[in-house]
Design a protein around this ligand. Sequence first.
Ligand code: C2O
Length: 645
Amino acid sequence: MKSWPYEMIKLKNVGVRKAKQMRDLEIDRQTSPLIIHGPLPTTTIANSILCSYIYSSGRVRGTCKQVIKELDPTIGKHLEVSMYLTEESRLTIDGFACKNWELIKNLAVKITVYNGCCKQVVQTNTTKLCSTKSIVTINGKFPGPTIYAREDDSVNIRLTNKVQYNVTIHWHGVRQLRTGWADGPAYVTQCPIQPGQSYLYNFTLTGQRGTLLWHAHISWLRATIHGAIVILPKKGVPYPFPKPDKEKIIILSEWWKADVEAVINQSTITGLPPNISDAHTVNGQTGAVPGCISPGFTLHVDSGKTYLLRIINAALNDELFFKIAGHNITVVEVDATYTKPFSTDTIFIGPGQTTNALLTADKSIGKYLIAVSPFMDTVVAVDNVTAIAFLRYKGTIAFSPPVLTTTPAINATPATSAFTDKLRSLNSKKYPANVPLTVDHNLYFTIGVGIDPCATCTTGSHAVGDINNVSFIMPTKALLEAHYYNISGVFTDDFPAKPPISFNYTGNNTAMNLRTTNGTRAYRLAFNSTVQIVLQGTTVIAPESHPFHLHGFNFFVVGKGLGNFDPDNDPKKFNLADPVERNTVSVPTAGWIAIRFKADNPGVWFLHCHLEVHTTWGLKMAFVVDNGKGPDESILPPPSDLPTC
Ligand code: C2O
């Protein structure tokens, strides 16, 4: 991978008036190259920032505009500079050299910074578990670079594909109001970016603050293409909890020694379930596992300080527990919405979910184990290797043994509900929980897995995932384009509102044949209609917990239960006052979840199990939300560089 050389930006003559038009400069030191990028201050800043830039074939100097043009003429009007900032870098404003990183971060100077502009999809060799393989990454990093932005920022990230796979990226949990073209699921909102091609993802962060994640949304590439999105509150707006001294990102993931694309391809050929992963990781590190010594990730803390942990589950198929020995943490936000704070020693987090929690380093100086272990309360095979990381206080004596902790049992269902039952929307004046109180569309979706014959599989059969007995078939054109341009033959809008046959969904059905049908069927919603979905887990083949994710919306989790949903009595117990608001929720094994949302975002939006193995098997469907009548109630036109299939 080509690494960006160190260079310098110099800001001259940036007066207060001009500075106001700019935005904040955020720097993520670990994940440079730093990209400064933003559509705002083209004339004022691009002309007044002096840049010089060294790259392999020479050096450019001049105003940013000139430099940028030289480096990448396709970028046009945008101010976009990529440079590798090191401790020795200088940023000069009005002749004032800023060497101090804190100061640089607080400068009144623009700019949304993306380590991402020119996010490049590249192959990189990586060694874990004492074995080396080539992985697909963004800019050579695993996990990938963090995107920092503020609420109301517009984000522009150009993705350039330099590998042999088709690629897309999904900004998981970003509302994408009217900008479905930038949502990212392949064949749902866009055709994939083909090898050698690039696409500019352009969207605005509206009404959200907290942590989200981005990940590839095609095949199983998200195993190694994922990273954090940090949305800070607007400038001057505090967090609704005590200001932490520092923030730390913690990304949990899964690792296969084998090539992950080969794992899923082989499963498709044979019809057998794909191999489980070989280990879990914390910020890319597994910690020691039997047969392979590895240091594991260390979270460094100073005694007495409080840290905001931004915890992300980027695993493909595993719901996880996260625990720090000897420390309770206080949950303050999930899926980029604030919650009522509560203290816990264990976090339960499904793939696609994020949890922000405050950790105060108030224990004796030393080293404490951080354990990340899987949850699986049924007979399905799962990677049961616990990832090991450490919390380390400054001043800890070298080689001190860590304070240990136990992990919840792998099938500790009560530990999952102990956590999820405490989650409540903050529901303050400033951050109200706007739960829909009436319901226009009352949907009952059974979700499960079955076995169907498969003529092309070597075993003659394969697993299918279905919602209301429909196993979703991916189209070969993007659904959003078919909807926008009224192209028929790509999908139908007759997705069933309830299961075709009613039976005891959570009874003894492991041998049952559902007679699943295949189809590319969507459910149509009028703009601003209100929707309730009861997601009913079934026991066909095997009951299992399913972390369900809805694109384009947050929903409120108004009810939850074991067994079959009772439409007469269960709604009486719904929480319509302060239910948690999120984008991904675990439907309990052989149980149900009720969610509500308002269809205030026109477009085509995917709903699927966020266990990649189940998505692959067809446990997914799409909503089509029609345009409204008002001026801001229609899908924006597609960008001119939208990839074609
Ligand atoms: Cu995070 Cu459709 O996925």
